[in-house]
Design a protein around this ligand. Structure first.
Ligand code: AHR
Length: 335
């Protein structure tokens, strides 16, 4: 009897170690966090490769996706933070493929270099949905849909509002804080702004450099611009709010008044930017909505239900100019 009990206990230990090992293999290679409450077979497994946490906007996007998909009984979310590196995103996608997730969501740090890994996802019959940033691929069938904003339009709106604010017929020297080099958000916002400036030659970009979408680099680059062109700068165009907030600090430390001596236009709409605008320290906020969780969840559900989903799922966005608009909007800002 004792012998039988011992071998039963041995068997139990074996079974338990096996299920533990299987569980480990299901979480993505130590890099990604999987949701603990899994009910395989019923939940739709989504692997999300996020760029990192470079800005308030990015943090809000991550939160929206974790809250929507991570807390839902319909989904199991596998989340991977690439810390700004494309190679980490490629590794994460390979892991998602190995784990046979149902759908891959990708916020691509840069536009190029995705062909090979996305071909692997396609061969494995795993649909890929792009989030917020676009990619350049020869074969459009490598991704199913793109959920996000029109970055060119954002750049155009920023330029139009800046021209209105300064006054058309007047002249302005503008410095540009670009986003991450090679990112669609940077390339398109630059293009959109330049499109409008073409017809307004008195508004000139006199300096343009990447601040990598971060507050710290935005400040650093603005300091350099002020050092070389100080009194000559009339306006800042920042590809995101975080860089504009860094520029505000640099301008103040330089002894000028941001929003008055130097006008500022930026894109995103994070709370910190609204607070600065309410104090008159920045002037134009072009909203870019990061709360993409609900749209992603719907797209994935539709896809799994066999429905055709739009190639481009656009987000609702607004524009805020001046102190009063910022003050009014502040209480209801969600990010
Ligand atoms: O891709 C969207 C951009 O990326 C946001 O404007 C910026 O804040 C983020 O880092």
């Amino acid at each position: 009897m004792l012998k039988q009990m011992k071998s039963l206990a041995g068997l139990l230990v074996l079974v338990m170690s096996f299920s533990l090992l299987a569980g480990c293999n299901n979480s993505t290679d130590g890099k990604a966090e999987g949701s603990s409450n899994t009910n395989k077979g019923k939940k739709i497994v989504v692997g999300f490769s996020q760029i990192g946490a470079e800005s308030g906007w990015r943090t809000a996007e991550t939160k929206s996706i974790k809250e929507t998909l991570g807390n839902s009984p319909d989904f199991e979310l596998k989340f991977s933070d690439a810390q700004q590196k494309q190679e980490n995103q490629i590794k994460a996608i390979r892991n998602f493929i190995a784990q046979k997730v149902d759908v891959i969501a990708l916020a691509p740090v840069v536009e190029t270099g995705w062909e090979s890994v996305l071909k692997k996802a396609k061969d494995a019959k795993i649909p890929v949905i792009l989030l917020d940033r676009g990619i350049k691929v020869k074969d459009d069938s490598l991704y199913t849909s793109f959920i996000g904003s029109d970055f060119i339009l954002e750049g155009e709106n920023a330029a139009k509002e800046l021209i209105k604010l300064v006054g058309s017929g007047k002249k302005a020297n503008i410095v540009e804080l670009q986003g991450t080099v090679g990112a669609s958000a940077a390339t398109d916002r630059k293009t959109g702004f330049a499109n409008v400036l073409k017809d307004n030659p008195d508004f000139k970009i006199i300096k343009s450099q990447s601040g990598d979408f971060t507050r710290a680099k935005g400040k650093e680059v603005m300091e350099a611009f002020l050092k070389s062109d100080g009194k000559n700068i009339d306006a800042v165009y920042a590809h995101n709010d975080d860089m504009a907030l860094g520029a505000i600090q640099a301008i103040e430390e330089y002894g000028l008044k941001p929003g008055e001596d130097i006008k500022i236009a930026s894109i995103d709409g994070v709370k910190d930017a609204f607070e600065a605008a309410a104090q008159g320290k920045t002037n134009i906020i072009v909203e870019c909505n990061p709360l993409l969780g609900p749209q992603l969840a719907q797209a994935v559900k539709d896809l799994k239900a066999g429905k055709e989903i739009p190639r481009w799922i656009k987000t609702d966005e607004s524009l805020f100019v001046g102190k009063d608009a910022a003050e009014q909007a502040l209480p209801s800002r969600k990010y």
